[in-house]
Write a protein that binds this ligand. Structure first.
Ligand code: 13P
Length: 257
């Protein structure tokens, strides 16, 4: 099955209610780009307000706790974000792994909790500059993903609907320099082979693999032309409707032929 390209904005720790007008503009523009699936992951505080108004885009969260509830001050569960209107959650982002010491086992537990709450998940992976320089990027990412993803048995039947993998090399995030199309192509092909290994030919082939790390309107088309790139996870350039939808527009083109 050919899936629509998936363009997801990760607003990180940016956005107060003043940004709702931007989300509205993104939602309106997404209605004109129906060949692309556009989604936004704002901070928790904006999930419900954006969900309430959005007609086209799905809203998601940037993290969730691995337990259903309990004495965990400041945390939020998968069921709570789903209740606020989230349809998906980003997990294992390198900023959470770095800032909060999240390891693969915890990320996997979060993924299981999110799936149990009926959410779709975007599972992030990616190597540091040092790992790439040492020539071990592919090995590292395969290991990280294998340890962070729930096992095939713990996955719902519709794996390809519920799981997206985001390859985000840490050195490309927020630097203005995306990975080269060769590096992206090599890594996405390896991730595809791993997904087929883990989840079988039929499901593993259909899971979307998206790229993140300095995607902008002017490099998006080249990135989307790379085999096995099914969309983008966009940070800085998702904060304005103009640049974010410039990326969505680039995504609608290579898939039209
Ligand atoms: P930038 O697009 O700002 O590089 O961020 C990428 C990212 O981390 C998305 O999750």
């Amino acid at each position: 099955m050919t899936r629509r390209p998936y363009i997801v904005g990760n607003w990180k720790m940016y956005g107060t209610r003043a940004m709702l007008s931007e989300a509205r503009a993104i939602d309106r523009a997404a209605q004109r780009h129906m060949k692309v699936e556009v989604a936004l992951a704002p901070p928790y505080t904006l999930i419900h307000p954006i969900h309430r108004e959005a007609e086209q885009i799905a809203v998601g969260a940037q993290d969730c706790h691995h337990q259903d509830g309990g004495a965990h001050t400041g945390d939020i569960s998968a069921a709570m974000i789903a209740d606020a209107g989230a349809k998906f959650v980003i997990l294992g982002h390198s900023e959470r792994r770095q800032d909060h010491g999240e390891g693969d086992a915890l990320v996997r537990a979060k993924a299981e909790a999110a799936l149990a709450a009926g959410l779709r998940i975007i599972m992030c992976c990616g190597e540091s500059a040092g790992t790439r320089e040492s020539g071990k990027a592919v090995e590292f990412v395969k290991q990280q993903l294998t340890a962070s993803l729930p096992s095939a048995e713990a996955m719902p039947a519709d794996i390809a609907e519920r799981l997206t993998v985001a390859y985000e090399p840490i050195w490309a995030i927020g630097t203005g320099t995306a990975a080269t199309t060769d590096d992206i192509g090599e890594m996405h092909a390896c991730i595809r082979a791993l997904l087929v290994d883990l989840f079988g030919e039929e499901q593993g082939r259909d899971v979307r693999i998206i790229y993140g790390g300095s995607v902008k309107p002017d490099n998006a088309a080249a990135i989307f032309a790379v085999p096995e790139v099914g969309g983008a996870l966009v940070g800085g350039a998702s904060l304005t409707a103009d640049s974010f939808m410039g990326i969505a527009l680039a995504a609608s083109e290579p898939f039209e032929n």
